[in-house]
Design a protein around this ligand. Structure first.
Ligand SMILES: Cc1ncc(COP(=O)(O)O)c(C=O)c1O
Length: 409
């Protein structure tokens, strides 16, 4: 059994995973969308219930029965909690007037891209990276330009310079990086920040994974860099990954300049009420930052053990290579099976071995993910053990399958 971490009792014990509820409520490639006997190691969404402090805050607010419209751009209490957190935990000089509550990190990305890009403008995004970046840029009428790099490559600014054109308006950073599980260093980020400032290119930094970091790796927020760099940065964050609140759809956009924030809110659909963030979700998110950081610490300790469990199992498979992620709760494994389609292999694992993973296809992560699979390990020790046992067995079987079978679409 994994050691019991901190004061959060058995928050991450095997029997704290409520499969009965997950099978009703966990969609997006997970328990509620798959046959009962399939283990999903798919979408990055934890199997554990949210922290008690968050549940209590929701219950207390709901019991009061008053659900009036909230303030445009976010409740003052929510924005204060976020600013305090960013100041204390991230060394980022953000005030409540620099914070916009949004209905998810995905929505935050969309708001920023739609305001920074005009049709035909270019935005540089990593490759591989989560599909949301290309999706968001395209939805705003922009053109995503891929900046390829590998797990251990330093950020190559000479290469970046070759991608910049007169239409380049923004660079989207994913830090820590999904799916590579990597934190960028302060030096790398500073050099990138200067590169962009000198060229008048804005930076959108998605930091949704910044709480799931394993020491000695260290996260640096782009908003904590020198003033001139931070002034050119907008951070997007959310509560789906660290606090398991994906279904509440809540996150924020943060920046230094209150005037920029005011313009961004004004140009969004928040004043019209077409868009906006549920007040109950903001209460939950504020409670996460105000009262659930000890829970989060225990969660990260649990995840570190699961990371090691997952990576050890993957490394036992011939033809599979994986870097142990410094951050995030996904492992991005390179699968060497000559002439084998990753999609067919993934389908076979699900159909024959009852374990689901995300194929490294261009649809999910860009062309640079080819030949990979992504496995989420934010579950209990027992479920991960069963899932990895099935994965290992499936990969062993795949080595003996006739190639034409595996290449079928
Ligand atoms: C880098 C990144 N940004 C944004 C999101 C979406 O987060 P949210 O649920 O807050 O929209 C994800 C989810 O996987 C992600 O990995």
């Amino acid at each position: 059994m994994a050691p019991n971490h901190a004061d959060n009792g058995n928050a991450f014990a095997d029997d704290n995973v409520r499969l009965d509820l997950l099978r009703e409520r966990a969609f997006n490639l997970r328990w509620a969308e798959l046959p009962h006997d399939v283990i999903p190691l798919t979408a990055a969404d934890p199997d554990f219930p949210a922290a008690p402090a968050i549940r209590d805050a929701i219950a207390e607010y709901a019991a009061s029965g008053v659900f009036s419209y909230g303030q445009v751009g976010g409740l003052p209490t929510f924005r204060e909690s976020v600013a305090r957190y960013l100041r204390d935990q991230r060394k980022s000089p953000v005030t409540p007037d620099g914070v916009i509550a949004v209905n998810s990190a995905a929505s935050g990305l969309a708001i920023v891209a739609s305001q920074w890009l005009s049709p035909g403008d270019e935005a540089i995004i990593f490759d591989p990276v989560d599909f949301l970046f290309a999706h968001t840029v395209r939805a705003a009428g922009g053109l995503p330009v891929s900046w390829s790099f590998g797990r251990n490559d330093a950020l190559d600014l000479d290469h970046l310079a070759t991608l910049v054109t007169s239409r380049t308006r923004m660079i989207c950073i994913c830090n820590p990086h999904n799916p590579l599980g990597r934190c960028f260093t302060r030096e790398e980020l500073t050099a990138l920040g200067r590169f962009c400032t000198e060229r008048g290119i804005r930076i959108l930094s998605d930091e949704i994974w910044s709480e799931i970091v394993y020491a000695p790796a260290q996260f640096t927020s782009m908003l904590s860099l020198d003033d001139d760099i931070a002034a050119n940065v907008v951070v997007v964050h959310g509560f789906s990954k660290s606090f398991g609140l994906a279904g509440l759809r809540v996150g924020y956009i943060a920046m230094i300049d209150p005037d920029q924030r005011a313009r961004m809110v004004e140009r969004s659909e928040h004043p019209s009420t077409v868009d906006g963030t549920s007040t109950l979700s903001q209460i939950a998110a504020a409670a996460a930052y105000d009262h659930a950081l000890p829970w989060l610490e225990s969660f990260v300790a649990h995840l570190r053990d699961r990371r090691d469990q997952c990576v050890t199992a993957l490394r036992s498979i011939p033809g599979v290579e994986v870097h142990s992620p410094d951050a995030t709760y996904v492992a991005f494994a390179r699968i060497q099976r000559e002439g084998v389609s990753i999609e067919a292999l993934t389908d076979m694992l699900r159909a024959e071995h009852r374990v689901a993973v995300v194929p490294g296809s261009a649809r999910w992560f860009g062309a640079g993910a080819e030949g990979h699979m992504r496995l989420c390990f934010a579950t209990s020790e027992a479920i991960l053990a069963a899932g990895m046992q099935r994965f290992v067995a499936g990969m062993a079987a795949s080595a003996n399958l006739p190639r034409p079978f595996l290449n079928e679409p």
